[in-house]
Design a protein around this ligand. Structure first.
Ligand SMILES: [Zn+2]
Length: 382
């Protein structure tokens, strides 16, 4: 695939999404993955005389970040040459469904969920994207519960897309890191200082004390005593973010995830019925109504700690979502006791994501990726 490598933009520095170093496109620091060892190997474009093959190799090449004070890391060349990238981080403790949500978003995009908006998406690096599809999206679509993301001491983006809207292409990178890592101070979470948008994932099973959720918590292996205890990753991330003035300027979305467990509860029943195909650019009035309903619902059920991003960020929208459309089946039981572990491993009958692209589009809109008809409304009067 020919990415075109726009010359003028390739001279603009891009901030390394992991360590915040300024990166300049430099042909002397390019690497290609060695197919034998799967390790990066220094690559000189001048060694390939055929222009078509050279372009193809350039599309697969990585630039080594010049920051030597941390572990060696590499950025795909297409990430660096299409102007300022947009980085989006998912926030939430382990088990809230961040990976399931990102996988469901990718699956919906892969099924053409953004086509009606004229938004085209392709991978920044085909191998990285296929690796994420294989370990997360395909597994989820096959009805398997995804394992928890491993904690890490160095953060790199999980997957990245080149998103084209109205003929303009921008790289968009997604960070899905373990909840445990999000709470670490210092260098591990330094990347947060550079993210362009945040999606806070609220786990309905943990945030709401509702009695009718007791069986769902049991099935999901969520201790009942955890219900209503604030998610520590929200505070850890919000406390880390720069705020040049009173409020934090990073656009945020709050997602009430696992709404399938509340599908008969008004107004969630209404919004899940709406579900629907995306027919056009998000309607700010509809975003406002949904945000208002999520805010009211969380407030009514004493889940106000999960609204902290809304209180502290200048632009924040709220969304009802179910990444999988259903809860995983309870583990098999023999003689009245669960077999092996108590953690569910499968979604019986497959998954059916609901409203997963809403928060992504809202973030796109707040970050100027779409032709926004106006600023996102604030909800102070709610
Ligand atoms: Zn770096």
């Amino acid at each position: 695939m020919d990415y075109g490598m726009p010359d003028e933009q390739s001279r603009q520095p891009v901030r390394c999404p992991s360590c915040l170093e300024e990166l300049y496109f430099d042909e002397r620091r390019l690497y290609l993955t060695d197919p034998q060892t799967d390790k990066p190997q220094l690559w000189d474009p001048a060694t390939e005389p055929n222009a078509v093959r050279r372009q193809d190799q350039m599309n697969r090449a990585f630039l080594k970040c010049p920051n030597e004070s941390t572990q060696a890391h590499f950025l795909p060349v297409p990430y660096l040459v299409f102007g300022p990238p947009l980085t989006i981080a998912f926030v939430g403790q382990s088990g809230t469904g961040k990976t399931h949500l990102l996988a469901a978003m990718m699956a919906e995009i892969g099924r053409g969920g953004l086509d009606s908006l004229g938004i085209r998406c392709r991978s920044v690096n085909t191998s990285q994207h296929h690796a994420f599809l294989a370990r997360a999206v395909n597994e989820l679509e096959a009805g398997r519960v995804l394992p928890a993301t491993s904690a890490t001491d160095f953060v790199e983006f999980t997957d990245a897309l080149l998103v084209t809207v109205n003929g303009r292409t921008r790289p968009v990178a997604f960070f899905d890191i373990a909840g445990e890592s999000l709470q670490l101070p210092g260098k591990v979470t330094e990347f947060l200082l550079g993210v362009d948008a945040l999606i806070f994932v609220v786990d309905a099973l943990r945030a709401l004390r509702l009695k009718q959720l007791i069986p769902a918590r049991e099935t999901a292996g969520v201790p009942q005593r955890q219900a209503g205890i604030a998610d520590p990753t929200f505070s850890a991330v919000l406390d880390r973010l720069p705020r040049p003035r009173d409020l934090c300027e990073v656009p945020t979305a709050i997602v009430l995830n696992k709404c399938d467990v509340l599908r008969f509860e008004p107004p969630i029943d209404h919004w899940l019925r709406e579900d629907g195909r995306i027919e056009g650019t998000p309607d700010p009035a509809q975003t406002y109504r949904e945000s208002q309903d999520v805010y009211a619902f969380l407030t009514h059920h004493q889940a106000t700690p999960w609204l902290r991003p809304f209180m502290e960020c200048r632009r924040c929208t709220l969304h009802f979502v179910s990444a999988t459309g259903m809860s995983p089946a309870a583990p098999p039981v023999a003689n009245g006791h669960p077999v092996a572990t108590g953690t569910p491993t499968a979604f019986a009958g497959g998954i059916r994501p609901r409203r997963v692209l809403g928060p992504l589009l809202s973030v796109f809109q707040m970050c100027g990726l779409l032709d926004s008809p106006g600023p996102t409304p604030r909800l102070r009067e709610v």
